[in-house]
Design a binder for this molecule. Structure first.
Ligand code: GNR
Ligand code: NI
Length: 175
């Protein structure tokens, strides 16, 4: 089934994180709104720059991001709360850049990760309307990080096996 927003069927299916079509089961707009509310709550509580639906057990290809003047990223220009549904990233060049990343799902660890510097992102907005952006800087990093979550990938998967195993062991110790 397609994603239904306010009774209108949207272009393209709403895919679950496992690639299956979940929109019919989860019921469109209500879940988008719930995810947004939840994400904004987490954002305020944890100063997160973004969140992917699967991080909070919502099986949709949906991410939310946005930050005002964040103490953790004083040089980043503010970005309004933005929802991406069924997002697709295309790198626009081979140029890569390293940046520090952390993740709410890997608490307490920050590492440098190399990602494409110039990207184009196509998605549906919170009303199901297609749009396209070419984010730069922290925003580009953040969006790539969030889209990875939709594919079950974490920033630690870009690190060496040694570093990832060290982090895994330390996280396991805390439980
Ligand atoms: O809050 C977050 N900050 C951040 C910083 C650099 C690169 C990516 C991020 S995303 C992270 C929140 C999070 O884990 N989202 O999935
Ligand atoms: Ni994350």
């Amino acid at each position: 089934a397609a994603l239904v927003v306010d009774g209108h069927e949207q272009a393209g299916p709403a895919l679950g994180a496992d690639g299956t079509d979940q929109a019919a089961k989860l019921g469109g707009r209500g879940d988008v709104a719930a995810e947004e509310d939840h994400a904004e709550g987490i954002d305020l509580a944890q100063q997160g720059a973004g969140l992917a639906a699967p991080q909070i057990g919502v099986n949709l290809q949906l991410v939310i991001f946005g930050f005002s003047n964040n103490a953790r990223y004083p040089d980043a220009p503010p970005v309004p709360e933005t929802v991406l549904l069924n997002p697709v990233i295309t790198p626009l060049s081979d140029e890569m850049e390293e940046g520090w990343e952390g993740c709410l799902s890997v608490p307490g660890y920050y590492e440098n990760v190399e990602r494409p510097l110039h990207i184009q992102v196509r998605a549906l907005d919170r009303n199901g309307v297609p749009f396209e952006i070419k984010p730069e800087g922290l925003l580009a990093v953040c969006i790539q990080h969030e889209l990875d979550h939709l594919n079950g990938k974490l920033f630690v998967d870009y690190l060496s096996n040694l570093k990832r195993q060290r982090i895994r062991k330390q996280l396991e110790k805390q439980h």
